[in-house]
Design a protein around this ligand. Structure first.
Ligand code: PMP
Length: 395
């Protein structure tokens, strides 16, 4: 019998998706689970009419760069909102979600054996996508800063992946950090691949796109999507912004892999892009505020976390539990019916953390989930522990 490609043996499943699949199974058995593991926030979004979509063209293939009018809207959005001037004809391409945009971008810039710096905590797919492109991920541990990246650069380094705002910590990069990254990229001839999927999830205007500091797009590729900012993850619409030369390479990959994004969904977005953003913006502000409240609740429970104020995630410490993050999350799910994502999914230096998402459960249920985290930490600590403060509600 023929066997599957051996290089895939080294590629892991996405840990977050693996845990969410367990939740679906438990829910199918009628069990109640507090879901703090889903990578999205649920918003109330109206369904506009599909009856007005142009026919018959909505049924057919369209431009492999993405619908031209949608490209113009996305380019205008990046210009208006983040000060990144984008030529809609040559510098942007629409594809099947930012996951595909990131993967295709990596395919476009990596030769086999090229090294890519991945900063931990790192969203679960970067490492595996680099491997799928026959590149070598070079993991930068959690206690390193952007200013210490120079020492990870070798003659084989080709790119740095930047996740800003960061999933899972919610940290937003400062101008000084971004300037340092651009200087590093210039000095060593590296690409910066900036994943900005959570660009709207801030309470203030502190977000700076990586693209804003490289107006000529000499080395920057920006990936984003409608999954988080528009709350429409199921539509699988994402995009990449880069130089015309790089977009021309990504275009070949898009043509050979997906032909074009779903035509009817692009038409829908063309018509309702701004209206949907108007609906989601206040809800985004609400979920970021909720995140702040849950961060304070974590603190009142004596649970630490990585610093960060953006997104709807908290990267919570499980110290002083003796469990690794996978065993911790498995027991949290099986014994307490609370699902969180093990920190190890975000890099080996992150095994003392779990990711908590506040995007899909009520305040009370998130707080209940946090109290269960605390109970499990207490139950698995090497010696009896006394948390600094008592949480507002009894455990
Ligand atoms: N980047 C980050 C940091 C993410 O968290 C996600 C989804 N969880 C993605 C990219 C991919 O999102 P999508 O493919 O839905 O655009």
């Amino acid at each position: 019998m023929p066997s599957a490609a051996t290089h895939l043996a080294d590629v892991a499943q996405a840990l977050s998706i693996r845990y969410n699949n367990r939740v679906y199974e438990m829910k199918a058995r009628g069990e109640d689970v507090i879901v703090l593991s889903l990578g999205e926030a649920f918003f109330d979004i109206p369904l506009f009419s599909f009856a007005e979509m142009p026919m018959p063209e909505s049924y057919h293939y369209n431009s492999s760069r993405g619908n031209p009018e949608l490209r113009r809207q996305l380019a205008a959005y990046y210009g208006r909102r983040y000060g990144v001037a984008v030529n809609a004809d040559t510098e942007i391409l629409v594809t099947a979600g930012s996951k595909a945009a990131i993967h295709m971008s990596l395919m476009a810039i990596l030769d086999p054996g090229d090294e890519v710096l991945v900063l931990e905590p790192a969203w679960v797919s970067y490492t595996e996508q680099v491997k799928l492109c026959h590149g070598v991920p070079v993991m930068v541990p959690i206690d390193e800063t952007v200013f210490g990246l120079d020492r990870y650069v070798t003659a084989r380094t080709k790119a740095i992946i930047v996740n800003n705002p960061n999933n899972p910590s919610g940290q937003v990069m400062t101008r000084a950090e971004l300037e340092h990254l651009h200087a590093l990229a210039e000095r060593h001839d590296l690409f910066l691949l900036s994943d900005e999927a959570y660009s709207e999830f801030l309470l203030d205007d502190a977000f700076i796109s990586c693209g804003a500091l490289d107006p000529e797009k000499r080395h920057t590729l920006v990936c984003n999507s409608i999954s988080k900012n528009h709350g429409m993850s199921g539509w699988r619409i994402g995009y990449v912004i880069a130089s015309p030369a790089l977009i021309a390479e990504v275009l070949k990959i898009n043509q050979h892999l997906i032909t074009c994004p779903p035509t009817i969904l692009e038409h829908y977005l063309v018509r309702h892009f701004d209206a949907i953003l108007e609906v989601t913006r206040p809800q985004i502000a609400e979920v970021v505020r909720k995140r702040g409240e849950m961060a304070r609740y974590l603190e009142s429970c004596g649970i630490g976390r990585l610093p960060g104020d953006a997104t709807f995630y908290l990267f919570a410490s499980i110290e002083p539990s003796t469990l690794g993050s996978e065993e911790f999350c498995t027991r949290l799910l099986e014994e307490h019916h609370v699902c969180a994502v093990p920190g190890i999914g975000y890099g080996t230096s992150c095994d003392r953390y779990i990711r908590i998402s506040v995007g899909t459960e009520s305040d009370e249920r998130v707080k209940h989930g946090i109290r269960q985290v605390r109970r499990l930490i207490e139950a698995t600590a090497p010696a009896p522990i006394h948390f600094r403060l008592e949480p507002a509600a009894a455990v």
